[in-house]
Structure formats: structure tokens, C-alpha cells
Write a protein that binds this ligand. Structure first.
Ligand code: GAR
Length: 204
């Protein structure tokens, strides 16, 4: 019987973070883990096609006009069916219902392309660029019921260069996202860290 950590990936788009996680699982940088299912709310998501090409279980579960709780219920059922231990949102561009979040306490991770709590919400890289920050970056955090708010697992920073436009900055952040997500998942699965208030710290 497999005792590997079973990851579930939720995505809506191109899936570069998913691919980085998949590469890390294959290379053993996320030890003793497997991607048990990839789910998208968009049937035409490039990330879903990439998951199929890799021979992974890849499911499209679209909202189809259903209310959020009902749509989330279908995704929860699929995650349970695949006995998912840890859910990784990887460019999943739909808010989760509180029922979803409560169904998997401290078991849902998200990656956000800013140094939270700065620039939550959409187009974070553009928000940061337009604001004129000199340091930008990305955050991997647990998902709670407030948008881009849960306990921070880790962050990686990048410098903003004079010659940057928002596109160049986004690309530099994305490269760090791919490193950050692997490190964060490995950290969570290691069991060596605990949440203390808002801090995620190594167990004493
Ligand atoms: C990533 O930059 C991720 O941080 C962002 O969407 C992109 C998905 O790219 N997520 C959010 O903005 C969530 N608030 P990918 O599909 O190539 O992984």
C-alpha cells in the first residue's frame, strides 16, 4: 500500500506552478509525494492538458452556472475520492467557499505573486509595479476565509530593476514562485513546522 503524501492541484490557467511542483515531485525535491489529481474549473486550461500529457488524473469540474457552494461540493467530493492530503492552489482563479476551506483545515496552500500582506487580489505584480516598490516577490500561505490572508509559510523576494516593465517583473517573480512552492510543500509535508498564531515555525 502506498504511504506517499497525496497532493491535489487546483488550477485555472497555464499551470507553470503545477509543472514546477510535478517536476519537483519527480525529482524527489518534494520527498515521498505524488500528485494524485489535478482539477480545473476551466476545461480548456493549458495546465489540465499538461497534466493529461504527464499521465496524471486530470479533471475539469466547471461551475456550469451552479452556485459556488454546489460547485465546490463537487470538487470536495473529487478530492475526497482521491484521498488528498494536501491541496495546492496553483493559479486557481476562483474564490473558495467557506465550506471548502472548513473541509480541509490547514490543508490548503496558495501561491500569490506579491509579498503579502501587500497587494492582495488580482494582478498583484502589476499592482506592485504601478506602486513603485523596489522589492517585489511571492508568498506561499495557508488558505483561510479571507482573501490572500492565511498564515505565511514562506516568501521569496526579487529586486525591481530600473529597466523593468510589469511583464519583466512578473517573469522574475514567477521564476521565484516555482522555487517557493516546492520548498513550501516540502516544509508542510515534513511535519517539522507548526502554526503559532500567525507564525509558521519549526517545532521545538
Ligand atoms: C501565478 O503567478 C500565481 O501566483 C497567480 O496566478 C499565476 C498562475 O500561473 N495566482 C494568483 O494571482 C492568485 N491570487 P501558472 O498557471 O503559470 O501557475
Amino acid at each position: 500500500m502506498s504511504t506517499r503524501h497525496r497532493l491535489g492541484i487546483l488550477l485555472s490557467g497555464r499551470g507553470s506552478n503545477f509543472l514546477a511542483i510535478a517536476d519537483s515531485v519527480a525529482a524527489g525535491r518534494i520527498p515521498n509525494a505524488e500528485i494524485a489529481v489535478v482539477i480545473s474549473n476551466k476545461a480548456d486550461a493549458l495546465g489540465l492538458a499538461a497534466a493529461r500529457e504527464r499521465g496524471l488524473n486530470a479533471l475539469a469540474i466547471e461551475a456550469d452556472g451552479r452556485k459556488r457552494a454546489e460547485h465546490d461540493g463537487a470538487i470536495i467530493a473529487a478530492l475526497r475520492e482521491h484521498r488528498i492530503e494536501l491541496i495546492c492552489l496553483a493559479g486557481y482563479m476562483r474564490l473558495l467557499s467557506s465550506g471548502f476551506i472548513q473541509a480541509f483545515p490547514e490543508r490548503i496552500l496558495n501561491i500569490h505573486p506579491s509579498l503579502l500582506p501587500a497587494f492582495p487580489g488580482l494582478d498583484a505584480q502589476h499592482q506592485a509595479f504601478d506602486y513603485g516598490v523596489k522589492v517585489a516577490g511571492c508568498t506561499v500561505h495557508f488558505v483561510d476565509e479571507q482573501l490572500d490572508h492565511g498564515v505565511i509559510i514562506l516568501q521569496r523576494a526579487v529586486a525591481v530593476h530600473e529597466a523593468d516593465d510589469a511583464h519583466a517583473l512578473s517573469a522574475r517573480i514567477l521564476a521565484e514562485e516555482h522555487i517557493a512552492y516546492t520548498e513550501a510543500i516540502a516544509r508542510v509535508l515534513s511535519g517539522a513546522y507548526v502554526i503559532e498564531g500567525r507564525r509558521y515555525v519549526r517545532k521545538q
